[in-house]
Design a protein around this ligand. Structure first.
Ligand SMILES: [Zn+2]
Length: 345
């Protein structure tokens, strides 16, 4: 009994200290950035395949924390529902977007759900950060309509190379804190020529080269060097020319890589003790949202289905400004702000 109380007391003290930290720290992550990259339809064995040259993805996996056995949403293995999960940290059944076509004008995540749905963009903006969304399928316009005041810079076009060019040129003048970047290529070639066909693998190779250009900027630009983390995952895999069968492991198994100066090479796992439904099973792409927030020093909202993934932090090699931001800064209210605080001007 006495011991239990002691543990409780210590827990309270730790919570108090944590609370003080959150009160006294400004949202000082202005030089930290997380880039979440989703490669549409990327199967994990396309990275490992000896038939494809993917030096950048291989390197990110080799140097970072990763798993090749991550999963999509438990009930959906299609594009827009899974990407909404990647941005909102929720199951599809809880963010409400089962739509997978170009949205009708005026459609938002909120109108599909029937209530306001917050995203990683909301939380980064509330903390004073700058965000970007760069995607190569037009249906991603759903997110621009949903969070227009929370997405600072964007390019949504099927011309992938031009989307990447716009991002890289924007990074020269803008200090982003959160960037979502989407590559459609492997999905498009998979549907046309089959997953793991030569054309599919060629497309994965082209995406790898474009991710290589992003890494080059991250490693050479002073605003991003040694203070940027990458999360690389996918919305689904595929077999034959399809990926919509949630009972097929080749459809729902995807890679998940976390790479950057704070990450020790090693495995990734869920926080099974968190009590959140999304953490009870495997790593899923929805873990990208809370993990990105955590890397930025922002406490993920309590009502999300997923919490931050577990990996080993590499503290020794952190630059001072990067190190400062890992104190679980929580510039927002303890509970998620209500919809009123999100009303779009
Ligand atoms: Zn897709």
């Amino acid at each position: 009994m006495k011991r239990t109380f002691h543990v409780l007391l210590m827990t309270c003290l730790i919570l108090l200290v944590a609370d003080c930290t959150s009160l006294t720290s400004s949202p000082s992550f202005s030089s930290d950035c997380v880039i979440v990259i989703s490669v549409d339809g990327l199967r994990p064995d396309a990275i490992l395949s000896e038939e494809s040259e993917t030096p950048t993805l291989d390197r990110l996996a080799r140097e970072g924390a990763f798993t090749l056995e991550a999963n999509t949403d438990p009930e959906w293995s299609v594009t827009l529902p899974n990407h909404t999960g990647i941005l909102t940290g929720r199951f599809v059944k809880n963010h409400g977007v089962s739509l997978n076509d170009d949205p009708e004008p005026g459609t938002t995540v909120h109108s599909l759900k029937g209530e306001y749905v917050d995203s990683v963009f909301n939380w980064v903006k509330l903390a004073g950060g700058t965000t970007g969304l760069y995607a190569s399928k037009t249906k991603f316009s759903l997110f621009l309509s949903s969070w227009p005041a929370q997405i600072d810079e964007s390019a949504v076009s099927t011309r992938t190379m031009s989307v990447v060019d716009k991002l890289l040129s924007q990074m020269e003048t803008t200090q982003f804190n959160y960037i979502f970047l989407h590559f459609r290529g492997p999905d498009s070639t998979g549907h046309e020529y089959e997953w793991m066909s030569r054309r599919y693998l060629n497309s994965v190779e082209r995406v790898d080269q474009m991710i290589g250009r992003v890494v080059e900027v991250v490693e050479s630009n002073d605003g991003y060097k040694n203070r940027t983390h990458l999360i690389v995952t996918a919305d689904h895999g595929g077999e034959g020319t399809d990926h919509g069968d949630i009972t097929n492991p080749l459809h729902y198994t995807i890679p998940f890589i976390v790479w950057g100066p704070a990450i020790q090479k090693g495995p990734l796992s869920t926080n099974a003790d968190s009590g959140r439904p999304g953490d009870a099973g495997p790593v899923r792409n929805g873990h990208a949202a809370p993990t990105a927030l955590r890397l930025l020093g922002i406490q993920p909202p309590k009502d999300w289905d997923y919490s931050t993934l577990l990996f080993t932090w590499k503290r020794a090699n952190l630059g001072p400004r990067v190190g400062l931001s890992y104190g679980l800064i929580s510039p927002m209210a303890k509970e998620s702000p209500g919809p009123a605080e999100y009303i779009v001007r």
